[in-house]
Design a protein around this ligand. Structure first.
Ligand SMILES: NC(=O)c1ccc[n+]([C@@H]2O[C@H](COP(=O)([O-])OP(=O)(O)OC[C@H]3O[C@@H](n4cnc5c(N)ncnc54)[C@H](OP(=O)(O)O)[C@@H]3O)[C@@H](O)[C@H]2O)c1
Length: 285
């Protein structure tokens, strides 16, 4: 297959060439390919004539989206619309990657693929708008919601905890925000299996299980053998000290029912974190 990848420089996009090693990867990168510029999207996808488009590009700065909603909608909603239109026109299957932040986190148990979305912030609303356009425009479409993504490249919670724990003796981390940490490489591998099924629709793909930010930070620091002490704090307490622009869902854990029925499942998050830290810390030495 010829695979056009948006967001190829990002955490997930960067793992696609390894996970799809038997195929030809055509990366869509700025400045030639800009999700905020519909004509550049059409031009790049027409030139590539792909069989599959993996749309992993997005404006992922959650607080940035809150401060600049126009940019959020232009990139995440309208950008996805034009990726879907071009995919349909060239006859490509589309994988549109979305987020747990389409949910408000009040369900009290993991969200199923069919639960009603209700985003709390602009990022979630703009991604939900993108999901809608992807599903209604593309002929063959997977919408894959994921969460709390980390990888060796880019900014993510796990790397931030490692950095801060190297700089400070003590860290305060919220213990009332829950989700499913997801290793980008495991997600890319799962996408390669999901695509084979041709069972188009909405999927929830994260590493299995869930934890609080506090549990994720504690396990990261323990596995890395760092001496920093982690103190659990409530979100309210944390936000009173470090205000953020966007509201976050309290418990946005996703349940993978649709993918699991097809045998597409990811390893537990604890296992993924251990593998990631083993390789990442070795490479840092
Ligand atoms: N990160 C998470 O925790 C998380 C959680 C849930 C869902 N997701 C979703 O998972 C997908 C992959 O996320 P990620 O963590 O891999 O993202 P990421 O590391 O932030 O990378 C985003 C990618 O999108 C590209 N991009 C941003 N704006 C663009 C524009 N205007 N035109 C063209 N490319 C643009 C970036 O390119 P540049 O290098 O040029 O900036 C980068 O390659 C996204 O759809 C995201 O919404 C992520």
């Amino acid at each position: 297959m010829q695979i056009f990848v948006t967001g190829a420089t990002g955490q997930l996009g960067g793992e696609i060439s390894r996970a799809f090693a038997d195929h030809t990867i055509i990366p869509g990168t700025r400045p030639d390919f800009d999700l905020a510029d519909p004509s550049s999207i059409r031009r790049a996808i027409y030139r590539a004539q792909p069989d599959l488009v993996i749309h992993a590009g997005a404006y992922t700065d959650v607080d940035g989206c809150e401060r600049d909603p126009d940019r959020a909608y232009r990139v995440n909603a309208l950008g996805t619309r034009h990726v879907a239109l071009a995919s349909r026109e060239v006859g490509a299957t589309l994988v549109a990657v979305s987020t747990d932040y389409v949910f408000d986190g009040t369900k009290g148990e993991p969200y199923l693929e069919w639960d009603e979305p209700h985003p709390l912030n602009v990022y979630g609303r703009s991604k939900l708008a993108g999901e809608h356009d992807a599903l209604t425009i593309a002929d063959r479409c997977f919408v894959v919601r994921t969460a709390w993504v980390y990888s060796p490249r880019g900014r993510n919670f796990v790397k931030t905890m490692l950095r801060l724990a190297g700089e400070r003796p003590e860290l305060s981390v919220v213990d009332d925000e829950r989700g499913s940490p997801t290793l980008a490489g495991d997600l890319a591998d799962a996408l390669s299996r999901l695509i084979e099924t041709r069972a188009y629709g909405i999927y929830h793909l994260t590493n299995a299980g869930s934890c609080s930010r506090y549990e994720l930070a504690s396990r990261t620091i323990a596995l890395a053998g760092l001496p920093a002490r982690i103190t659990p704090v409530s979100s309210a307490e944390y936000l009173s000290r470090y205000p953020l622009s966007a509201r976050r869902p309290t418990n946005s854990t996703l349940r993978n029912l649709a993918g699991a029925a097809l045998g597409v499942e990811l390893p537990p998050w604890e296992d993924a974190l251990e593998r990631f830290l083993g390789a990442y810390l070795r490479d840092q030495r």
